[in-house]
Design a protein around this ligand. Structure first.
Ligand code: GLN
Length: 188
């Protein structure tokens, strides 16, 4: 049985924990670096990436998470988590974890589309289209060669993976559809 952590400094934590339990894995709310040792993978949830970065630094979870990923553990970044795991943020010098070779645009869908739901096809996921909830969502504007694009809306990449790092611009924990979570866990 796999143990999956959810970074619990800020943002949407409890829905992720419920989803993890519902697929038969163990979910842990992670607040301290010591907790990483017991994990197979970690979810960085949606929220506010600037606040989350500040708290990660404060609680010594920034560099430790980079070490965690380098040691072969999986990281699933959703929404703000997609921003934090990126290689760079478009138009910003803000530091990122650089776990996946992407450039991201924060709040990339603009004001009119602050929040929306879309049915999308996700590469590697069988069956009906995936219902994706976007909340002030970012998108991926550029990817390196190692990155596999899993889903896009128009020209905007909204799901991708590189090795054991998976990212989505939307919130898969909000719909009860656990197929993306299972895609993440299957690689761990
Ligand atoms: N707009 C937020 C950010 O850039 C992300 C929003 C979310 O996680 N729902 O941090």
């Amino acid at each position: 049985m796999k143990t999956i952590g959810v970074l619990a400094l800020q943002g949407a934590v409890s829905e992720h924990l419920k989803a993890i339990e519902s697929v038969g894995a163990t979910g842990v709310a992670v607040k301290h670096p010591d907790q990483l040792e017991q994990l197979d993978g970690l979810i960085i949830p949606g929220g506010e990436s600037t606040t989350m970065r500040r708290l990660m630094k404060k609680y010594d979870l920034f560099e430790t998470l980079q070490t965690f990923a380098k040691s072969g553990k999986g990281v699933f970044g959703t929404c703000a988590g997609l921003v934090l795991t990126a290689r760079a943020i478009d138009g910003s010098q803000d530091e990122t974890l650089q776990l996946i070779d992407t450039t991201v645009v924060r709040n990339g869908f603009g004001r009119q589309k602050d929040s929306f739901e879309a049915m999308i096809e996700v590469k590697g996921i069988e069956g009906p289209a995936f219902s994706a909830v976007f909340i002030r969502a970012p998108y991926i504007s550029a990817t390196g060669e190692q990155v596999e694009i899993l889903a896009s809306i128009d020209d905007k990449c909204v799901a991708a993976r590189q090795g054991k790092t998976l990212v989505t611009a939307f919130h898969p924990e909000l719909t009860g559809d656990t197929r993306l979570l299972e895609l993440f866990i299957d690689r761990l």
